[in-house]
Design a protein around this ligand. Structure first.
Ligand code: KIV
Length: 279
């Protein structure tokens, strides 16, 4: 593919050329820099920051201000990458007017390129207003974590004919409304393939198989920041948990043994005459 910057138009070009779109989450400046340096196409400032960065048990407590705070930091760190910022729970469900107002705030204050929101036909009026206002929108179907209480847990979605058909219908509606991409989370791989073939928008899978037009993972999961529970669909491409603990323990031991900081290497000098003048 070309070295042109990734824009909203690039999604369709990639789909036509069958070149997968890569996406990783990032929540802060340093990680955004790393993701950009690695050449990942797009960054998602996911509301998963509620779990990953803020220690909540779900994404529900996350606010628009939280998303803007983290979104701004990510955009500062990845100035040449297409950044999508999640709209948090209750920032778009109340009314189409409120939805477009919050989406506009997120776009204006963070400098991101698109917003993402969870749901299908029920949130279409808000999505249509955003797109009409010039705000690129990424949809999110399948397991929609903001609806965890209604779904009864973090479960695979679309396993029976009725829910699978609803997912296809929702995807077609989001596509028709003009969403540039649709995240498909935790849906059977063959259903994700069907959705991918049915829409012009790029499908970005997470737990949805390799037949999607692109893939997304939570960066902390794929880097192995934690050695706790890891969903089945995550591949740990590194084990940074062990590496980080090893480094921190080595630091602790060296401080205890006074071998760090090392004279000359990590220290600064002062002239003897200066020291002698001190009382
Ligand atoms: O919030 C998030 O990180 C997401 C991804 C899991 C797609 O929505």
């Amino acid at each position: 593919m070309s070295n042109q910057p990734f824009t909203v138009a690039t999604f369709k070009e990639r789909k036509a050329a069958k070149v997968p779109v890569t996406m990783l989450t990032a929540y802060d400046y340093s990680m955004a820099q790393l993701v950009e340096e690695a050449g990942i196409d797009t960054i998602l400032v996911g509301d998963s920051l509620g779990n990953v960065m803020l220690g909540y048990g779900s994404t529900l407590p996350v606010t628009v201000d939280d998303m803007i705070h983290h979104g701004k930091a990510v955009v500062r760190g990845a100035k040449n990458t297409f950044v999508v910022v999640d709209m948090p729970f209750m920032s778009y469900q109340v009314s189409a007017e409120k939805a477009v107002e919050n989406a506009g705030r997120i776009l204006k204050e963070t400098g991101c390129q698109a917003v993402k929101l969870e749901g299908g036909v029920e949130i279409l009026p808000g999505i249509e207003k955003m797109i009409a206002a010039g705000i690129p929108v990424v949809g999110h179907l399948g397991l929609t974590p903001q609806s965890v209480n209604q779904l009864g847990g973090y479960k695979v979605q679309g396993k029976d004919a009725a829910t699978a058909q609803k997912l296809i219908d929702d995807a077609k509606a989001l596509d028709k409304a003009g969403c540039c991409a649709i995240v498909l989370e935790c849906v059977p791989a063959r259903l994700a393939e069907k959705v991918t073939a049915a829409v012009g928008a790029v499908t970005i899978g997470i737990g949805a198989g390799s037949g999607c037009d692109g893939q997304v993972l939570v960066v902390n999961d794929m880097l192995g920041f934690s050695n706790g529970f890891c969903p089945k669909f995550v591949k740990r491409f590194a084990n940074l948990h062990d590496e980080m603990i090893k480094a921190m323990k080595a630091y602790k031991d060296e401080v205890a043994a006074r071998t760090f900081p090392e004279e000359g290497t990590h220290t600064f000098k002062i002239a003897d005459e200066t020291l002698e003048k001190l009382y």
